[in-house]
Design a protein around this ligand. Structure first.
Ligand code: CA
Length: 219
């Protein structure tokens, strides 16, 4: 999963970025509302952490524009204002959750995981697929009841494929979730990750759809 952080307070933005990265979540950070809308149009983010008081476009305006454009991406509002009016306005404008500053980074990461799994149509915290179990919070995989060691990017690839089971994901869609801005996409890396996943789990788990991409078939 890849998160967009929209926060004009530099210290806080950098802190959130470092915090979610520690939870092995890919993330990018923009500092105003207009940049947020542009980023959301160009990249397939999994969720947004949105400050309300922002330059250029306010958080509420960003949210209204997104929902008016039928963009259903999960949005978590971060607000320093402790008036419940802001929270009410945010939720009514289409936000999915909110936290009031100061907040706990671990709790923020957990709320983001919950929003992303809900958006994928699942309430259960574990992703299960046949003999496979993926725990996004503990970042653990088990296959036929036994733990399997995956590299962080292998885990990320598998997580995306499982969230989208039954749908083909293109290379570009998967890569966009693996590499934040400023990190170079390594050519062939995705093939190598898929190769390792098949070897560590099962060859038939991930299907190659020639000329398109990859999918985990629905059970
Ligand atoms: Ca602000």
């Amino acid at each position: 999963m890849r998160i967009l952080i929209v926060e004009d307070d530099r210290l806080l933005g950098a802190g959130i970025l470092a915090g979610v990265k520690q939870a092995e979540v890919q993330a990018d950070w923009v500092e105003d509302g207009a940049a947020a809308l542009a980023a959301l149009q160009s990249e397939p983010f999994s969720a947004v952490v949105l400050d309300l008081g922002l330059p250029r476009l306010s958080g509420l305006e960003v949210l209204r524009e997104l929902r008016a454009a039928r963009n259903t991406i999960p949005v978590l509002i971060l607000t320093a204002r402790d008036t419940s009016q802001d929270v009410i306005a945010g939720l009514d404008a289409g936000a999915d959750d909110y936290m009031i500053k100061p907040f706990d980074l671990g709790e923020l990461a957990a709320r983001l995981r919950a929003l992303v799994r809900r958006a994928a149509g699942s309430a259960a915290p574990l992703l299960e697929h046949g003999d496979l179990q993926l725990d996004p919070a503990a970042r653990q995989i088990s296959w036929q009841g036994k733990p399997v060691d995956l590299a962080p990017r292998e885990f990320a690839v598998l997580h995306e494929l499982l969230l989208n089971a039954g749908r083909v994901l293109t290379r570009a869609q998967i890569e966009a979730k693996l590499y934040p801005w400023g990190e170079e996409v390594e050519s062939n890396a995705l093939e190598v990750h898929i190769h390792h996943l098949r070897k560590k789990l099962a060859p038939e788990l991930i299907r190659t759809v020639r000329g398109v991409g990859y999918m985990v078939p629905r059970e």
